[in-house]
Structure formats: C-alpha cells, structure tokens
Design a binder for this molecule. Structure first.
Ligand SMILES: [Zn+2]
Length: 102
C-alpha cells in the first residue's frame, strides 16, 4: 500500500493518488553584477574556500534539484494552493490559483 508522502495517510490500492514532480534549476542570464568584479581575485579565493567546504551533493543541489512525491488528493490540492498563493501578494488561497490560471 502507498502512503501519502506529505501527510502519511495510507492510500488504498486503486485509490486516487498523485505524483508530484518538483524540478528546480539554477538560471544564469549571462550577466554578472557590477559588484561581482574582482580585479585582485580576493572574492574568487573566498568563493573557492567556501565551495571546498560543501559536499558534491550540496553543490549539485545549488544547480538542480529533482524530487518526486506521491500525494493523496487533499495534499496535492494543499501543495498546489500553497505554491500558487505565494506567486503573487494579491493571491489568497480561495482566489490565487483561479486568478493565475485565467
Ligand atoms: Zn496526504
């Protein structure tokens, strides 16, 4: 038997369930902010030291993250509502998604 990975409820065989895939990618627009200029290499040196302290997995997570969750219908709805509600400050749970989908 599957369990909802958000609330832990058992999902019976043949019961309605959802697969929710989360894909996060780092975006680079080709621009380096003016403040990042580093003529004497001090920032680069600091960055290299910082990076050396991370594991390979931590570094990969800064570039991309993929997760797949099995959720019950209630949790799928709540999960989506939560994401859409944060996309605009005007959104409220009852009005956020419908507002954005239009
Ligand atoms: Zn659930």
């Amino acid at each position: 038997m599957n369990h909802c990975q958000r609330c832990g409820s058992p999902i019976p065989e043949g019961g309605l369930k959802y697969q929710v895939a989360v894909q996060v990618r780092s975006l680079f627009d080709g621009a380096i902010p003016e403040s990042e200029h580093d003529p004497d290499g001090q920032k680069l040196e600091r960055l290299l030291k910082e990076v050396a302290g991370y594991s390979e997995e931590e570094l990969n997570r800064q570039v991309y993250e993929d997760d797949i969750f099995i959720m019950c219908p209630e949790c799928k709805e709540a999960f989506m509502e939560d994401i859409y509600a944060h996309l605009t400050t005007k959104s409220s749970p009852e009005f956020g998604r419908a507002h954005l989908i239009q």
